[in-house]
Design a binder for this molecule. Structure first.
Ligand SMILES: Cc1ncc(COP(=O)(O)O)c(C=O)c1O
Length: 377
């Protein structure tokens, strides 16, 4: 059997990984500033993480959500403390799309409404509702097309207010990334996030903060939406939560009532996934990774802004977008092939940095040196 060929691949096979570095099968070392789409949060193969998974596997790797799993409770308690939302509750899933799917579904159950506001440039995943609120017609199959979703311009307070005025009683939810990732590292403005909160309060709609890429400490705040000083009704998370082990979650405000069977999953919240997520939170706390993300991120942004060929540097903490002019479209690829540095990309011609949160200044400097070389090649 052959693989279903949907991924354009880089000609690299990773055999080993440690911290912010990976090695190919010939032993070549690469600096990883992308973490496989923002997933590696505490560094590859962190010893505490490896030990936590290994010892959990020796005990029990999986059982379903039909028995008591104290690891889920430990995770919920630690996560509540880490994100400052101990009064919220946690529903565990396996991926970011699933987290958004369940958040949107819960919003609709709760309000009895169908209409959802999403924003231009948004990416929320590839399952049916998650893809319906994603602003990319190419990945929306006919069966996922729905006129219940409206895409408003991002950061446009007036458009939001106008839409709410006309449809106040129909809107189930507003879903928004604090910083659009796939959309090119674009930050939601404070007035915009405040306006979403205000309009949701006026209409009874649910504010869903998609924190799958921009959350979990990466920006220096636990959720990137936090800098606006408003609370969302639900936060969705995945990626960095398990440092590579598939796990996601919906963090749900006390205004929602749970009932048996309302939501469900076979794999979500299994023992191994919880052990991985607990280990990630332990390391984040012990190594003060939010502070490091903030410090190294600010340093990188400041240095990058000094390159005259850079059109714009955007983002917060270790979620950085470097927009380049058209004639430098080759830089991302050259960084990988010539300097052995993994970065990501976004349109239009944005190099995306989403490294582990314990990135060192030495690694940041290695990148800056390589970037300088590429711009002057
Ligand atoms: C903001 C955002 N939401 C949701 C998702 C979907 O996550 P997953 O690929 O784990 O389903 C992504 C993935 O890139 C994302 O960036």
């Amino acid at each position: 059997m052959e693989l279903f060929n949907v991924y354009p691949l880089n000609p690299i096979q990773i055999e080993r990984a440690k911290g912010s570095c990976v090695w190919d099968e010939q032993g070549n070392q690469y600096l990883d500033l992308y973490g496989g789409h923002a997933v590696i949060s505490i560094g590859h193969s962190h010893p505490h993480y490896v030990e936590a998974l290994r010892s959990q596997l020796d005990k029990v790797g999986f059982y379903s959500n039909s028995i008591i799993n104290p690891l889920q409770e430990e995770l919920a308690e630690k996560l509540g403390r880490a994100c400052g939302k101990s009064d919220y509750r946690l529903f565990l899933v396996n991926s970011g799309a699933e987290a958004n799917e369940n958040a949107l579904k819960l919003a609709s159950f709760h309000t009895g409404r169908k209409r959802i506001i999403a924003f231009r440039g948004a990416f929320h995943g590839r399952t049916s509702l998650a893809v319906a609120v994603t602003d990319n017609p190419k990945i929306i199959a006919p069966v996922n097309q729905t006129d219940q979703v409206v895409f408003l311009p991002y950061n446009d307070v007036e458009a939001l207010q106008t839409y709410f005025s006309a449809h106040r009683d129909e809107i189930a939810a507003v879903i928004v990334e604090g910083i659009q990732g796939v959309g090119g590292i674009r930050e939601a403005s404070i007035p915009f996030l405040k306006a979403i909160r205000e309009q949701c309060d006026l209409s009874g709609a649910v504010f869903i903060a998609d924190s799958v890429q921009c959350g979990y400490g990466r920006t220096g705040d636990f959720f990137s939406h936090d800098y606006a000083g408003v609370l969302a009704d639900m936060y969705t998370t995945a990626k960095g939560m398990g440092n590579g082990f598939p796990i996601g979650g919906v963090i749900i405000s006390p205004r929602f009532e749970a009932s048996f069977g309302l939501l469900g999953t076979t794999f979500g919240g299994n023992h191994l996934a919880c052990a991985a997520a607990i280990a990630v939170l332990d390391v984040m706390e012990k190594e003060d990774l939010l502070a490091n993300a903030s410090t190294i991120g600010s340093y990188l942004k400041k240095e990058l802004a000094q390159f005259s060929r850079v059109s714009e540097v955007r983002g917060r903490g270790l979620m950085i977008g470097i927009e380049l002019p058209e004639d430098l479209a080759h830089v991302k690829k050259d960084l990988l092939i010539k300097n052995r540095i993994f970065t990501g990309e976004a349109k239009p011609n944005v190099v995306r940095l989403l490294p582990a949160m314990n990135l060192t200044k030495a690694h940041a400097d290695q990148f800056l040196q390589a970037f300088h070389e590429r711009l002057n090649a």
